[in-house]
Design a binder for this molecule. Structure first.
Ligand SMILES: Nc1ncnc2c1ncn2[C@@H]1O[C@H](COP(=O)(O)OP(=O)(O)O)[C@@H](O)[C@H]1O
Ligand SMILES: [Mg+2]
Length: 370
């Protein structure tokens, strides 16, 4: 069967948002709070495929409906400052055009923020990013709209991120009506962060993306397969939901493979169900587990590999012995992996891998060190 229901890829808005009600209400609090309050700056943390980008897009929609001018999610990079300004301009043009505001376009262009935002004017060329951002936000406020800036894929120790945070703090100091929401991997917020950035992030409201609830996934699958006309019993749905381990990306993958392995009359047999689950697991390991490991040091991988020999939990002492490292070093690797949200510590001296299917992937012993 053709699948135009599930979206197993990144940054793709799903047909229905599953769960995340508490986060959506946090977003609402952020937008409703007064400029400068703590809730006006949010940092959302979650593993790959946890739904960070999707939530930023949902927030963008909510904010737009509330009259905010939104700079759509911008990935942290060298171009980030320019891109943020460009996106604010294009959103403000849309909002103001719809409103037929007296200031539409013209006045904004006066600042050199107009189409293309290349800052052609000599004066604009000399303006710092912070000045440009400040002026355009003020201009948007003057037209009766608050501003929301969305940043995706936070990176540790990034100069542009530091600039943006400083600019935000200056705007808050001047009473400009602006909010800032940023998303990234748990490891992006670690001690290696630039001190200024770290202090800011520590003070802002943090949101951690938990796994989705089994029950919510079951309800989603029931509705989805029903709409698609796929005949599938409750037991199979329950099992499929369990296999997602609460990962939104895995949920999309499993749904997708069950759909395409169903025949045109909506029938799928047991063999094809298990084939769908295996295909989803392979994709998940390739897209999430492999990518996660590629970002780690060799020592961290060694630590995880030593864990893959155990059941649910491992003893830190056993790992030290297996990798032949001193207790002191093992503590360093452990801390780093906990900060990255890859393992947790269920009890003193014990650790557990929290990324679904990573343990199985490590146990396969495939070539994953680049
Ligand atoms: N709450 C959710 N409900 C349904 N699907 C979701 C949800 N969150 C994410 N997804 C899906 O999971 C996949 C990964 O989401 P994405 O936002 O790109 O993750 P991240 O940015 O954290 O890596 C996408 O296919 C997306 O549609
Ligand atoms: Mg993303």
């Amino acid at each position: 069967m053709k699948d135009d229901y599930f979206v197993p890829s990144f940054g793709n808005k799903p047909r229905n948002l599953v769960g995340r009600e508490n986060i959506m209400s946090k977003f609402e609090e952020c937008l409703n709070s007064v400029p400068g309050s703590r809730d006006r700056a949010l940092v959302m943390l979650g593993q790959r495929g946890a739904g960070k980008t999707v939530l930023l897009l949902e927030l963008a929609q909510m904010a737009t409906e509330k009259g905010f001018v939104v700079a759509l999610p911008t990935v942290v990079s060298k171009e980030m400052p320019v891109r943020v300004v460009e996106k604010l301009i294009s959103s403000s043009e849309n909002v103001l055009k719809n409103k037929k505001s007296k200031i539409s376009g013209g006045s904004i262009n006066m600042f050199g923020f107009g189409a293309g935002i290349q800052m052609k004017d000599d004066n604009d060329e000399k303006k710092s990013f912070s000045q440009k951002l400040n002026e355009i936000c003020k201009e948007i406020n003057k037209n009766g709209h608050p501003v929301l800036i969305l940043i995706d894929e936070l990176q540790a120790n990034n100069e542009e991120l530091k600039q943006l945070i400083i600019a935000y703090q200056e705007m808050v100091g001047e009473g400009i009506d602006v909010a800032l929401v940023m998303a990234g991997l748990p490891g992006a917020v670690s001690s290696v962060l630039n001190e200024h950035v770290l202090t800011f992030i520590n003070r802002s409201t943090k949101i951690e993306l938990e796994p989705l609830r089994q029950n919510d996934i079951e309800i989603y699958y029931t509705k989805a397969f029903n709409e698609l006309g796929i005949n599938i019993d409750n037991g199979t749905i329950k099992n499929a939901a369990r296999q997602t381990e609460g990962s939104p990306y895995m949920m999309q993958l499993i749904g997708h493979y069950i759909t395409i392995l169903s025949d045109d009359s909506g029938v799928i047999d047991k063999d094809n169900i298990s084939k769908a689950l295996t295909m989803a697991e392979d994709d998940y390991q390739n897209d999430i587990c492999k990518t996660t490991l590629a970002a780690l040091s060799e020592k961290d991988i060694l630590f995880l590999k030593a864990m893959s020999k155990d059941g649910e939990e491992s003893e830190v002492n056993d790992i030290a012995e297996r990798i032949g490292a001193s207790n002191q070093y093992v503590q360093i690797y452990k801390k780093r992996l906990i900060q990255s949200g890859i393992i947790n510590q269920p009890a003193r001296g014990k650790v557990r891998i929290v990324i679904p299917y990573l343990k199985e992937y490590l146990a396969k012993g495939e070539e994953y060190i680049y």
